[in-house]
Write a protein that binds this ligand. Structure first.
Ligand code: SF4
Ligand code: SF4
Length: 345
């Protein structure tokens, strides 16, 4: 699975103005135009992805959020209330709750209860790093809480080996993740025939593209089942985005241009037709809206004609916007493509 060349830096915050070398790579928009795709415009707003804050108990080398325990950005109940109002009055299919570690938001349970009460038909997903779900008294109720409210779990597990996971995420994380996965299987998540899905997320350890999602899923099944008796629903492979903590590690190691050349060289026009920004709106902890979680991290603003805050959510205006793109977008179109729901083609 390759060698980890990432290194955690003190501050992993980057924006669109963070200086990067000129690698001679054409602007992403030119790559789109060269394949007859043109400007990106939404096809719908099916997913509301809500980032409830950047605080996390871990500090992974590849984190595109620069999440860590001391981050102060946490979504308020008032902003969550505005998200629920949007869910009540718009045909959004999925609420995708992410972070940081969303469980650490003090209003995490309140938000899910409100969303479920507002919409019985809503698909609710929570992205968890697994490690808070076992051995922490403050969070021990969460698995049963999620099960009762029919919330699906997307869990990051960047490898099936202890060595690799602990290198990327910190010492002891693999064993805690395995314990959590066994516990989730035990209450019905990720087992054959269960309506409660437990999807795992893989990302490469360094500046390389993920392997084929289907083949890697087979290998994950074989390894996790064989070693630990763990089952899961699907594996999502994600490409490391050249932003935030991973961008800084690329700059530090001198791998930035070679990684961007890899991404641009593997540009796949078929992936451009399924990009997650085409049907997703991302909400920042303070209610600001973005085209995707990655644009949120770069503070790449939404088309001003669309309104920029959850409190001024207007479906028609949002559908008419132009999606803001940049060089980081090559991460979504390389190879089999990449999104928060895994590969695209
Ligand atoms: S668990 Fe997720 S949010 Fe937390 S540091 Fe790791 S990658 Fe970032
Ligand atoms: S980074 Fe965001 S805006 Fe760019 S292609 Fe990916 S999903 Fe779309």
């Amino acid at each position: 699975m390759g060698r980890n060349r990432g290194k955690v830096t003190e501050s992993g915050r980057t924006t669109t103005s963070t200086p990067t070398p000129d690698c001679g790579i054409p602007p992403f928009q030119a790559a789109l135009s060269g394949h007859g795709v043109g400007e990106l415009h939404p096809t719908g707003i099916d997913i509301l992805q809500v980032n409830t804050g950047y605080r996390c108990n871990l500090r992974c080398t590849h984190c595109h959020v620069d999440a860590r325990p001391d981050r102060a950005e946490v979504m308020s109940r008032e902003t969550m209330r505005q998200c629920v109002e949007v869910l009540k009055s718009n045909p959004v299919r999925t609420l995708d709750i992410t972070g940081g570690a969303p469980e650490m938001n003090p209003d995490f349970r309140w938000f899910i209860d409100e969303a479920r009460s507002a919409r019985a038909d809503l698909e609710i997903l929570v992205r968890s790093n697994l490690t808070l779900l076992v051995g922490h008294a403050a969070y021990s109720d969460i698995p049963a809480f999620l099960k009762e409210r029919r919330v699906h779990i997307i869990a990051s597990l960047p490898c099936f080996t202890r060595e690799q996971v602990d290198r990327q995420r910190g010492s002891g994380v693999f064993d805690r993740s395995v314990e959590a996965l066994k516990m989730l299987n035990g209450i019905g998540y990720g087992i054959v025939g269960s309506p409660l899905s437990l999807n795992l997320v893989y990302n490469p350890p360094g500046p390389e593209l993920p392997e084929c999602q289907h083949q890697l899923e087979d290998e994950y099944r074989k390894q996790l089942s064989g070693q630990f008796g763990i089952t899961f629903t699907k594996l999502f492979t994600l490409t490391n985005m050249p932003i935030s903590r991973f961008l800084l590690s690329l700059l530090e190691s001198g791998d930035y241009c070679s990684y961007m050349e890899l991404l641009a060289g593997k540009f796949n026009p078929a992936a451009a037709g399924s990009l997650m920004c085409l049907d997703t709106i991302s909400v920042r902890w303070d209610g600001r809206l973005y085209d995707c979680d990655f644009n949120q991290m770069l503070d790449l603003p939404l088309d001003p004609s669309a309104g920029r805050h959850i409190g001024e959510f207007d479906r028609e205006r949002l559908l008419g916007r132009r999606i803001a793109v940049g060089q980081h977008c090559y991460g979504c179109t390389a190879g089999s493509g990449s999104s928060c729901q895994g590969s695209l083609v």
